[in-house]
Each structure stands twice: as structure tokens, then as C-alpha cells.
Design a protein around this ligand. Structure first.
Ligand SMILES: *Cc1c(COP(=O)(O)O)cnc(C)c1O
Length: 417
């Protein structure tokens, strides 16, 4: 296997991809008679044994409902659950665990914020999004806009797949109330200049939400440095379990927002005359939460914390660089999204081939990629394509796998284009 070891200055062990791969049991299997090459990490990432073991141990040794305080198991479950919240707080560098709300994922987190901000929106107000958003950061705002008479306005994208900053500056105006934008594009891999855009928005008193679903698998965001009002992500793209995600929000804004769902846990006191809300973060966590999943997400973040971040980012850059170098070896192949600053995500088309056929033919070789509109139809319209093929890499992928992808693409192009 190609050596992906990257030396580092901190005197820590080098980034050893072979040993890292052994932490992910699912990777060492054959698919369609070939060793699995998993390049669909942008859709969902695989889980290290540390996550599986943490969830297994939780169910075997400490499961009970949380926050009931009636017995020992309940105390253990609560400690594990709230411990995971502290792990997420530390990962994001949030000020307080009161600002960390568990949701089902990015989608639910954005719906929660959109609903929570609805009472502040009036007819004619504007919600700025971008042309490269995932549907999860478009549709909830459209639904709230419909209710309130506000308008959803997209910032334009350049042909290279970067945000058009002139478009941003011309659209940011006195009617703008919210700027909701993706930190990293799931289709293009573009890393947006979020610090700068949040700063500009704040100068005008505009509330800011960053969709971090594709950013957190590659970077560790610092919400205090970013100074965004809300930051959201999903566990399953961060090597944790499905069914849980995170909403970070500034405490004073969360305090001012109405609850999202009603039920148990989110109340202080219920009577038929008057019901009052629980304190943060529980005000937004109606019902029994995803306890084992929170524990699993905490374990995923702990696992990442044991890796050498700098070496991991260098290894990911090397994967993307190798892929870019090999594009010229496939006649008619074109990359969609050539921003200067990218995570290792490669959307592409090949002349004469439908994206879904590329996906099926690669799958026959054991190579998993994603094809289709990637929940970003407006962006597909912008590029005038029905969909793209997308290979998205994680730190456990190897240069050897990048080469296998291109060898397979060369063959597919030769035989079918
Ligand atoms: C995946 C994704 C979402 C939606 O995440 P869910 O886990 O499906 O809720 C939103 N935004 C971006 C950028 C994504 O990649």
C-alpha cells in the first residue's frame, strides 16, 4: 500500500493510515468480490471501533432514562450523556454546555433555528443563503418565509465554485435579518470564508448560522473565534452514529427563542393554566433523547482528538492533490468545484457518461461513490447538470485508493463513453 505517513514536528507518532484503517472494522471487507474502497464519506462516514464499543458498553452496563435521578443506572446514563455534551462543547470551544442542544442532525437543527427565529421575521425581511446550500439550509427557511412574508435570497457562486463576494456585499442590506450559509460545500468541497462573512453580517446586526455538516469531518471549528450565532452539524458525518446532531447557539439567543417541540423534559412546570419552560439546553430537548447516540458521538470526538490533526489535514490534502493530478488521465473528465480552498471532495462528470452509470460501474469494482443532485438542486441548475458523480475522502482513505478510483474511471471511460 502507498505510504501515506506524514512527518510532523510535534514529535508525535506519524499519521499511520494503515493502523488507522484497522480502527474501522467495516473497511476491511470485500464488496462485489473486490476490497471495499469507500469514497462516499460526504454522505456518511464510517465508525471506528471506539464508537461501536462505547455504545455497546453503554447499553450493556449503564442504560436507563436520563435526568430522573431515581437510581444508580439512571445516574450512570445521565453522567455518560452529559459527559458527551461536555465533549461536544469542548470540541466546538463553546462557552457553556447550555449552548449545546442535541438534535436529530443538521436538518433538525436548522429547522429548530428557523422556527425559533420566525417570531423576529416580518414581511419584506430577507434571509441570505447561498446558491451552494444543501436543501437542509434552504427549505426550512423557505417554510418560515412563507409563514412570515420574509424572502430567501441566494448569494451567487462563481463558475469555480467559490462564493461571489460582490454578490454577497450587494445583497447584504438593511432588510437582511439572517445569514445562513454552509461552512463547506457538500458538492464542491469549497471552504467558504465564513469568518469574514460572519464579521460583515454582524456589523449590520444580522444573525448568522453556519452549516458545519461537511466542515467538522475535516476541521475543528472554534465557535467563539468564528463568533457565529449558530453552528450545526450531524454526528454521522463526523464518524459517530446516525440519529443525533448538534445545535450550538449563543445562550442569549437560545433563551429568547420559543421551544421547538413540546413534551416531557423541556418543561419546568406543567398545568392547564400555565406551563413554563425548562432551562437551557433542556428547553429544546423534548422527550427521551438519543442517549446511546450521544455517547457514541462523544466517543467519535474523543477518537479524533487522539489523532494528529495537522498530519490528518496534510494527508487529506495529499489525497485531493493526487486526485487532481490524475484527472488528466481520464479523457473527457471535468471537475465541478475548483475553489482555491477545498476539502477532499471531488465532484465530476465524464463526457458521454451519465453520473449514475459511473456510480454503478464503480460499485462493480467495489468502489463506493455518490451520484445525483446531492440535495443541492439549485447548484445543479447553476452548472446545468442533472447531477454529478462525487468522490469524497476521509482521513482513512489512501493514495492507493485514489489510484484505484482513477484506474477504474479510465477503464469505464474506455469501454462505455
Ligand atoms: C448532509 C448535509 C446536511 C444534512 O445533514 P443530515 O444529517 O441529513 O441532517 C446539511 N448540510 C450539509 C452541507 C450536508 O452535507
Amino acid at each position: 500500500m502507498t505510504d501515506l505517513s506524514v512527518a510532523n514536528t510535534a514529535n508525535q507518532p506519524a499519521f499511520d493510515v494503515d493502523s488507522i484503517r484497522r480502527d474501522f472494522p467495516i473497511l476491511s471487507q470485500q464488496v462485489n468480490g473486490k476490497p471495499l474502497v469507500y469514497l462516499d464519506n460526504g454522505a456518511s462516514a464510517q465508525k471506528p471501533a471506539a464508537v461501536l464499543d462505547a455504545m455497546d458498553r453503554y447499553y450493556r452496563e449503564m442504560h436507563s432514562n436520563v435526568h430522573r435521578g431515581a437510581h444508580t443506572l439512571g445516574d450512570r446514563a445521565t453522567a455518560a450523556f452529559e459527559g458527551a455534551r461536555e465533549t461536544v462543547r469542548s470540541f466546538l470551544n463553546a462557552e457553556s454546555t447550555r449552548e449545546i442542544i442535541w438534535t436529530r442532525g443538521t436538518t433538525e437543527a436548522i429547522n429548530l433555528v428557523a422556527n425559533g427565529l420566525a417570531p423576529r421575521l416580518r414581511a419584506g425581511d430577507e434571509i441570505l443563503v447561498t446558491h451552494m446550500e444543501h436543501h437542509a439550509n434552504i427549505v426550512p427557511w423557505q417554510m418560515v418565509a412563507e409563514r412570515t412574508g420574509a424572502k430567501v435570497v441566494p448569494i451567487q457562486v462563481t463558475p469555480a465554485g467559490e462564493l461571489d463576494l460582490d454578490s454577497f456585499h450587494s445583497l447584504l442590506n438593511d432588510r437582511t435579518r439572517v445569514l445562513a450559509l454552509t461552512h463547506v460545500s457538500n458538492v464542491l468541497g469549497t471552504v467558504n470564508p465564513v469568518m469574514e462573512l460572519v464579521g460583515e453580517a454582524k456589523k449590520r446586526g444580522v444573525l448568522t448560522l453556519l452549516d458545519g455538516a461537511q466542515a467538522v469531518p475535516h476541521y475543528q471549528p472554534d465557535v467563539q473565534a468564528l463568533d457565529c450565532d449558530f453552528y450545526v452539524f450531524s454526528s454521522h458525518k463526523l464518524f459517530g452514529p446516525t440519529g443525533i446532531g448538534v445545535l450550538y447557539g449563543k445562550a442569549e439567543l437560545l433563551e429568547a427563542m420559543p421551544p421547538y417541540q413540546g413534551g416531557g423534559e423541556m418543561i419546568e412546570r406543567v398545568s392547564f393554566e400555565r406551563t413554563t419552560w425548562n432551562v437551557l439546553p433542556y428547553k429544546f430537548e423534548a422527550g427521551t433523547p438519543a442517549i446511546a447516540e450521544a455517547v457514541g458521538l462523544g466517543a467519535a470526538i474523543d477518537y479524533l482528538g487522539r489523532l494528529d490533526r495537522q498530519a490528518m489535514e496534510a494527508a487529506e490534502s495529499a489525497l485531493l492533490a493526487r486526485a487532481n493530478d490524475l484527472v488528466a488521465t481520464v479523457p473527457g473528465m471535468e471537475i465541478i468545484g475548483t475553489a482555491a480552498k477545498k476539502v477532499p471532495v471531488m465532484s465530476f462528470k465524464i463526457a458521454g457518461l451519465h453520473p449514475s452509470d459511473i456510480g454503478t460501474l464503480l460499485d462493480q469494482q467495489g468502489i463506493a461513490i455518490r451520484t445525483g443532485h446531492h440535495c443541492a438542486m439549485p447548484l445543479m441548475d447553476f452548472y446545468g447538470v442533472p447531477g454529478t458523480a462525487r468522490a469524497s475522502f476521509a482521513f482513512y482513505n489512501t493514495l492507493d485508493e485514489v489510484e484505484q478510483l482513477f484506474t477504474a474511471l479510465q477503464k469505464i471511460q474506455r469501454l462505455f463513453a
